[in-house]
Design a protein. Structure first.
Length: 156
């Protein structure tokens, strides 16, 4: 399907075969064999946070990782934001490819909207986190403690 590289320069192939599909179903309840849920599966990835996406990605990459001597946490640490974004795109493509051929054109046509939803969600979360940090920094009680407050009595 597709390849991405982690921070250590290792290349990972994102590909879903029947064995991986069965593991996804057994371990995560993600049934890629249900054609009625194909679009729902893709949209659910758009609503998943990065750790949920990584859970799916780990199942897909686990066999390669074991051969390379890389455990789950080591792989997670080796993923830059760019690598995770690339892996997510490849994962979406692998899920799409696994879908019945008759359904692929319909889902492919909606793929830009799904990927856009992922980007919008991540941007909204990042924006909200920045806004919360700014609010904390600019609040009247920010950066003061009792010793530095105007009414505090100096020690001594």
């Amino acid at each position: 399907m597709g390849v991405f590289a982690d921070k250590a320069g290792r290349e990972w192939r994102v590909e879903i075969d029947l064995g991986v599909a069965l593991d996804l179903k057994d371990e995560l309840g993600l049934d890629l064999g249900d054609p009625k849920a194909a679009g729902e599966r893709l949209a659910a990835l758009a609503d998943a946070g990065p750790f949920a996406v990584f859970d799916i990605l780990w199942v897909v990459l686990r066999e390669q990782a074991q051969k390379a001597g890389v455990d789950r946490k080591a792989l997670l640490k080796a993923l830059s934001p760019e690598a995770l974004a690339r892996a997510t795109d490849l994962l979406m493509g692998a899920v799409l490819f696994f879908t019945r051929p008759r359904l692929r054109p319909t889902l492919e046509a909606r793929m830009p909207a799904i990927l856009g939803a992922i980007d919008a969600r991540l941007a909204a979360e990042a924006g909200a986190a920045v806004d919360a940090g700014i609010a904390r920094l600019t609040s009247p009680n920010s950066g003061t403690d009792s010793a530095a407050s105007p009414g505090a009595t100096p020690a001594g």
